[in-house]
Design a protein around this ligand. Structure first.
Ligand code: SF4
Ligand code: SF4
Length: 410
């Protein structure tokens, strides 16, 4: 089987032409991401805004660079992000309102990005489409509607660790493009169909001090707390998971967490991420999706955590390509290679084993999402001879109105 091409630019910078913003534009061209977009296409830019309190998420200036490139080739970009299934005192992306406030707090606004921001699964994370998939475990997935309805997508991923795997292209698609019930199905349910797991024997019913909150938070009137515990109307329930997290976060912690929150092992979780990624990508024509992965600020936990840990390794650079499996394989090789070089891996047992990340790549390749074999193409920024926009602006002013240059003392 032929090898996919993954393009790579080093994180090191020696000048203005060499910044990560310029390298983003360079990689966009080198990887042919412009070929994903036709004039007038609505293009989702899949981005993680970071939980409130986290400060290691991807910088908005890098996202802006991609939005500008999309506009340059005639596309109409919008920033696409979905809601989290968790709700609780520290969760800041539970509803669309929360998400937009957190986005603004973290620097993602229409002003900074130059295009609209769309909470892609609606106000409560229940705006989705059901997509059939012949997966390893899943037979269906719930894709956030904005992704299913748009013309093209560029996945702009912060590459870092998550609970089970290195999160790069596949996890951004196989989790990040799902509605709440889609995420619930991938994360917490080993069976094929999502439903809220109710264990009345572990709930103290109306005696629980959180009973009115967990009932009232249900946006679909699907939950009743009785003297004998919770009763869910499955016809009304949309698996938005709000009640689950009231119970998990607000009541006495771990014992009650088990009430709705069955433990999920990576052996189940990882193939389901691949299954869901396959469902999401099936809503696009294959040539309409591209991937960028930023191996910067790599920490033990992902950007969903409400605080940031220190970097575990040096910044590595940016990956770009059209094949999500190859981009993920390259990210895993780069990250674990660097950890070995810097003797990080092995110093602690806290990191997810490399085998889980490889399992995701393998399961995605088996579903035909791409190729594990890749050629890494190093891209040098001096190839581009990029001119920083401020310089070109000054140069234009100089060409057209030289007197202005004098006025500002240049
Ligand atoms: S918060 Fe949990 S334990 Fe309390 S009433 Fe609701 S479901 Fe029962
Ligand atoms: S019962 Fe209501 S709050 Fe709980 S998951 Fe279903 S729709 Fe959401």
């Amino acid at each position: 089987m032929s090898q996919a091409r993954v393009y790579f630019a080093d994180a090191r910078s020696e000048g203005a032409n060499d910044s990560l913003v310029e390298k983003t534009k360079l990689l966009f061209d080198a990887a042919g991401l412009q070929d994903c977009i036709k004039k007038g296409d609505k293009v989702a830019l899949r981005v993680h805004f970071g939980e409130s309190g986290n400060t290691r998420y991807l910088r908005p200036a890098l996202v802006r660079a991609v939005a500008d490139k999309v506009k340059e080739v005639g596309g109409e970009p919008f920033i696409a992000e979905t809601l989290t299934i968790h709700a609780g005192p520290w969760a800041s992306r539970t509803t669309a309102d929360d998400l937009l406030r957190t986005a603004a707090k973290n620097g993602f606004t229409v002003g900074t990005l130059g295009c609209p921001i769309v909470p892609s699964d609606g106000w409560f994370g229940t705006d989705d489409v059901r997509v059939s998939v012949k997966g390893h475990i899943l037979s269906e997935a719930y894709v956030a509607k904005a992704f299913a309805m748009c013309d093209a997508m560029i996945v702009i991923g912060h590459v870092t660790f998550s609970a089970a795997v290195v999160t790069c292209a596949l996890k951004k698609v196989g989790v990040g493009c799902l509605s709440k019930r889609g995420k619930y199905l991938v994360h917490f349910e080993s069976n094929k169909y999502p439903h809220v797991s109710v264990r009345p024997e572990e709930c103290s019913g109306k005696k629980c001090q959180w009973s009115s909150l967990c009932q009232a938070i249900c946006p679909h009137d699907a939950l009743r707390i009785t003297d004998r515990g919770p009763v869910v109307d499955r016809d009304l329930c949309r698996i938005c998971a709000l009640c689950i997290w009231v119970c998990a976060c607000c009541a006495k912690p771990l014992g009650l967490r088990a009430l709705y929150h069955p433990r999920e092992e990576p052996e189940f979780l990882v193939p389901k991420i691949a299954d869901a990624a396959s469902a999401v990508l099936s809503t696009f024509r294959r040539e309409k999706v591209g991937f960028l992965g930023y191996m910067l600020d790599i920490t033990r936990n992902c950007d969903c955590f409400p605080s940031s840990q220190v970097r575990v390794i040096d910044d590595l650079g940016i990956l770009a390509g059209r094949d999500p499996v190859a981009v993920d394989a390259a990210a895993i090789d780069q990250i674990y290679g660097k950890m070995k070089e810097q003797r990080v891996y092995g110093a602690t047992t806290d990191f997810p084993p490399k085998s889980f990340s490889h399992l995701l790549v393998q399961k995605a390749a088996e579903l035909g999402l791409g190729r594990r074999e890749y050629v890494l193409v190093r891209v040098q920024s001096h190839d581009r001879r990029a001119i920083p926009s401020t310089f070109s602006y000054v140069k234009r002013m100089y060409d057209e109105k030289p007197h202005i240059i004098e006025e500002v003392g240049l």
